[in-house]
Ligand binder design. Structure first.
Ligand SMILES: [Zn+2]
Length: 269
């Protein structure tokens, strides 16, 4: 599943649609994770794209007072193609058509989604989202205030989308290693200085991944059609029984909420 850095990379890859006028939107297959509401398509006609950005793992395309909210799901990809090209791929579900080119959403497994709204902030997918991890709002003070009474583990808190968005399993493991915090510690046991370090590590790890073009363990097509992503240097994830780069101890693998957790028992306390 694409994580935040992959989504950010996709957003940057389609940024050329900014300031272009939408001619029409064509839905070939409305049965995505949620059925595409085709009644709202007309309101995008002749509207100029004002911005393309990421909110959590959603790609938002805004035009006048309306927004398109897109989620790549497990296997969703975007590509830009000229209108006069005959190239068509199986699972091309939605086409946003401009004067000379179109943005195509392809998704073989159809866990992705596309919504059209004129009230973005109050949309049901958006209104309960926590803060962005790479923003000033995700400060040590903020994290500490949210976790200091919690019995949940720090790893599940970092992955709680109502608290902070877009930190998936791979990056949660790497952030906890960088901050030297054990994944199973309870929120209420985390010291304030550790909360500060956790927010710093989050920004560091996610920015590194965005710079590298995102990392994923599954095939992923970037908007320009290149297959695969550069992998960031994962310090613990997927490295069960390998030696820790820092202390040479053996990295451990445990399960937390059915998800794989990797950590170094020496470096992380
Ligand atoms: Zn270590």
């Amino acid at each position: 599943m694409p994580e935040l850095p992959e989504v950010e990379t996709s957003v940057r890859g389609i940024s050329s649609i900014k300031n272009k006028v939408i001619k029409s939107i064509k839905v070939n297959q409305p049965s995505l994770r949620w059925k595409v509401d085709c009644q709202k398509l007309a309101q995008f006609q002749e509207k100029k794209v004002q911005s393309v950005y990421r909110r959590a793992k959603y790609i938002v395309i805004s035009a006048a007072d309306s927004s398109i909210i897109l989620h790549l799901g497990m296997t969703g990809t975007l590509r830009i193609q000229r209108n006069d090209s005959n190239f068509f791929k199986k699972h091309d579900h939605v086409e946003i058509i401009f004067k000379n080119e179109k943005l195509i959403f392809n998704d073989p497994r159809r866990f992705g989604s596309m919504h059209f709204t004129d009230d973005f902030e109050n949309h049901f997918l958006i209104r309960n989202l926590g803060v962005e991890p790479i923003s000033e709002k995700f400060s040590g003070e903020y994290l500490y205030s949210k976790i200091r009474r919690s019995n949940a583990t720090i790893k599940s808190l970092l992955m709680n989308q109502n608290l902070v968005v877009g930190i998936g399993n791979i990056y949660a493991n790497e952030i906890l290693f960088d901050a030297k915090v054990r994944p199973k510690r309870r929120g209420k046991r985390i010291l304030k200085k550790e909360a500060i370090k956790l927010t710093e590590s989050s920004k560091l790890i996610l920015n590194k991944a965005i710079k590298a073009g995102g990392t994923t363990l599954q095939d992923f097509l970037s908007p320009d059609g290149n297959k695969g992503y550069f992998k960031i240097d994962l310090k613990v994830y997927g490295r069960n029984k390998e030696n820790c780069d820092v202390c040479k101890s053996s990295i451990k693998l445990i399960k937390q909420n059915q998800r794989a957790t990797y950590y170094c028992p020496m470096c992380q306390r």
